[in-house]
Design a protein around this ligand. Structure first.
Ligand code: ACO
Length: 328
């Protein structure tokens, strides 16, 4: 069919919050954060900088690399748990900001698995009789807006950022698709492990919800840790076995960048430690942006060659999890 990744981009906000800065805000230490998570610093959006601002900046970079203009897009998907507002969807706001023509725009909410959910969905729509030609898939998060800065168990973990991927169908049957295989799953029975309780229709915003800090991320850390390792290893094994890909054929494994201990546990269970790309020490957990940032760093630094096999894998609130085997 010829559906290829034509461009990648990222937006990392300028402001850096280091572990030393956090030591002044809550009862924590650089030693605790580094040894438990591997994170040294994270970037935070400026007060007026929105999720769609970061998404649009990442999209513009990706379009430039693809040699395309925004009016060539016929599909825009934004993955986020921090949309600019409940509605309209953030994809339409990005559409306006980048100057795209009227086209299909929607958001995906699959937390940290969102970019992979988005790539799987976009590929399905492009490969179907719907025949979308050029798609923009973005993972964008302003997690600082839903982080409880007085809760040391969560505020040390997250950062803000956006990353974008452009797909194009060149309609050449001899061009192999970027999509070698994908796996997408969720289990709502595990939803209470990681959530933001208020702000939806169950608990609309009220003085009480604000006083009770219910508009912030709540997480069962150790339980999330276990589920993350188990689900990511499982998803990778399914794809590796289904496609009969020998481990030596994989050039990079890109796990969701939540925590270095989770990443290394996944890598060692797969026996692929030396193939893992990680940057969690610089950005923290940027949810649906994290895998896109890794892809863009690898792409722009020339560490991806045509034909390389990349295994990306993620997990997030829901619980959602997903893996994607990419032919670069
Ligand atoms: N600084 C110092 N001490 C802390 C901090 C902190 N920032 N946070 C917690 N502690 C304390 C706890 O209070 C606890 O103290 P206690 O023993 O006196 O009660 C102690 O440290 C140990 O706490 P644990 O929660 O057992 O620590 P653990 O080793 O499990 O590490 C962590 C915590 C880092 C959160 C880990 O569980 C983890 O990474 N979990 C996964 C988190 C994750 O990936 N979340 C993202 C999900 S993706 C998405 O969809 C957004």
């Amino acid at each position: 069919m010829g559906i290829r990744i034509k461009g990648t981009g990222r937006c990392i906000p300028e402001r850096i919050l280091t572990n030393a800065d956090l030591e002044k805000m809550v009862d924590t230490s650089d030693e605790w954060i580094t040894s438990r998570t591997g994170i040294k610093e994270r970037h935070l959006a400026a007060p007026g900088e929105t999720t769609s601002d970061m998404a649009a900046a990442a999209a513009k970079q990706a379009l430039e690399l693809a040699g395309m203009t925004a009016d060539m897009l016929d599909l825009i998907i934004v993955s986020t748990v921090t949309p600019d507002m409940m509605f309209p969807n953030t994809a339409t706001i990005v559409q306006k900001k980048i100057g795209a023509k009227p086209c299909v725009c929607f958001d995906i909410e699959a937390a940290c698995s969102g970019l992979l959910y988005g790539l799987n969905t976009a590929y399905g729509m492009m490969a179907s009789p719907l025949k979308y030609q050029r798609a923009l898939i973005i993972g964008a998060e302003k997690l600082s807006a839903i982080t409880d800065w007085s809760d040391r168990s969560t505020c040390v973990l997250f950062g803000d950022a956006a990353a974008a991927v452009i797909l194009e169908n060149d309609n050449d049957p001899s061009t192999p698709d970027f999509y070698a295989d994908g796996f997408v799953c969720a289990d709502g029975n595990l939803g209470d492990v990681l959530l933001m309780p208020a702000g939806g229709s169950v608990l609309p915003a009220s003085h009480e919800t604000v006083e009770n800090h219910q508009h912030f991320i709540k997480m069962g850390g150790p339980k999330t840790f276990q589920l993350a390792v188990h689900s990511m290893v499982d998803a990778c094994r399914i794809l590796l076995e289904r496609e009969a890909v020998p481990r030596e054929k994989i050039r990079w494994v890109i796990p969701h960048q939540a925590n270095w201990r989770i990443i290394s546990a996944v890598a060692s269970r797969l026996g692929m430690e030396e193939k893992v790309y990680q940057n969690v020490e610089r950005y923290g957990n940027t949810s649906s942006a994290s895998i896109g940032i890794c892809l863009d760093e690898l792409n722009r630094s020339g560490q991806l060659q045509s034909g390389d096999c990349v295994l990306a894998v993620s997990f997030g609130a829901g619980l959602t999890w997903s893996a994607l085997l990419i032919r670069w």
